[in-house]
Ligand binder design. Structure first.
Ligand code: ZN
Length: 379
């Protein structure tokens, strides 16, 4: 029964630690598995560029049906910490850890579903087109592996990323993000002798932050100031504060609107503070560095990839829904580069915690949905 094979493969991969930048051992095992399936496997140079011990792994599998466009199946090899030692605990169909590490079902549940789907396509003699399997590195550090990956290495222009909780759910909308750094400049002065000659960068920053709409700004947009750093001592009026912030939105307009709002709060707070010392007037100021972290994922409900998965779910008499999420995945990067991809739930639960768990039945269901989707794609 392939359920045992799937569970055993999940356990084997889960036990190989693969925290971001140390995916080398799990990659080695995956290369052996993929080559055993007859794939041609390449490793790109992303690892050297971002400091991982291996690159992204791309495997080309031949099709068995003529004239079918290649199809992409993608997951990521890295996990979040703590995961130096992963000791899975099996309780019937439920797999969790001993509580000292994450399980790494994010994203090994997706990886085993992909591997098992490829096996089942062969074993059941299901006609399919060429399949590109892509396993990325450093997804958890900000989609770094995907960002370094040259999509020209893929034959496929459509497919699925498997990197989401839930089953029979397809993420078609995920936010774009801006990463921001604000450096607030005040004026240094002795806090007791000459406070009127100083401008507190801490106060300017505090007033700006207090005026910002943060958290869940609206249904599509979130924002956060996540780090604040500055000042030297309690008796010095601080002349410098550094803020690190982000905003995410399902629309680029929402993203830009919120970014502008945060910058304006700083402008207003800075303009309010100035001092004149010895005839020279100084006003608080700030520098803003805004960087687009990733583009939004926005797949229409009538896109072909959505129709394929919906059709596959219907043929299996399973529920199906599309939804949005507040977190990005490699699908954001590849969607932004013109591939038609969506992110399919693969049964990971309570991810990024030591309470993480998976149900083997969920991974089985994901595998069956993949097999059916690839079959439909071949017509
Ligand atoms: Zn993930």
């Amino acid at each position: 029964m392939n359920k045992n094979r799937l569970r055993d493969e999940f356990l084997e991969l889960a036990r190989i630690p693969s925290v971001s930048k140390r995916e080398g051992n799990v990659a080695k095992r995956l290369i052996t598995i993929l080559e055993g399936m007859g794939a041609r496997v390449q490793v790109d140079d992303a690892g050297e560029k971002i400091g991982s011990d291996v690159g992204n792994l791309v495997a080309h599998l031949p099709g068995t049906a003529p004239d079918v466009a290649p199809f992409l199946l993608c997951g990521h090899m890295d996990t979040v910490p703590p995961a130096d030692h992963v000791r899975p605990v099996v309780d019937g169909d439920i797999i969790r850890t001993d509580g000292t590490s994450v399980l790494g079902g994010d994203d090994k549940s997706g990886i085993v579903a992909i591997l098992e789907a490829v096996r089942l396509l062969r074993e059941r003699n299901i006609a399919h087109g060429p399949i590109d399997v892509l396993f990325t590195i450093c997804e958890e550090l900000g989609l770094l592996g995907a960002k370094q990956f040259d999509v020209g290495r893929l034959r496929a222009r459509t497919g699925l990323i498997l990197d989401c909780d839930g089953v029979h759910e397809l993420i078609t909308r995920a936010p774009a993000a801006n990463r921001m750094q604000f450096i607030v400049h005040g004026l240094e002065a002795h806090a007791g002798l000459a406070p009127e000659q100083g401008i507190s960068a801490v106060q300017v920053a505090a007033e700006a932050i207090a005026a910002m709409r943060l958290g869940r700004v609206d249904a599509a947009t979130t924002a956060n100031v996540g780090r604040i750093e500055g000042g030297l001592a309690s008796n010095i009026i601080p002349n410098r504060v550094v803020l690190r912030a982000e905003t995410r939105s399902l629309t680029v307009e929402g993203l830009e609107r919120q970014t502008r709002h945060m910058v304006e709060c700083l402008e207003v707070a800075a303009a309010r503070r100035s001092v004149t010392v010895g005839g020279k007037t100084t006003t608080a100021r700030f520098e803003a560095r805004v960087e687009r972290d990733y583009e939004p994922l926005a797949v229409a409900d009538n896109a072909r990839i959505v129709g394929l998965v919906r059709g596959a779910a219907e043929r299996l008499s399973k529920p199906f829904l599309t939804r949005s999420t507040g977190a990005a995945s490699d699908a954001n990067v590849f969607g932004g580069r013109g591939l038609e991809v969506a992110n399919l739930g693969c049964g990971m639960r309570q991810i990024h915690t030591v309470n993480e768990w998976v149900d083997v039945n969920d991974m089985m269901a994901t595998t069956e949905l993949l097999v059916e989707t690839v079959r439909l794609h071949a017509g």
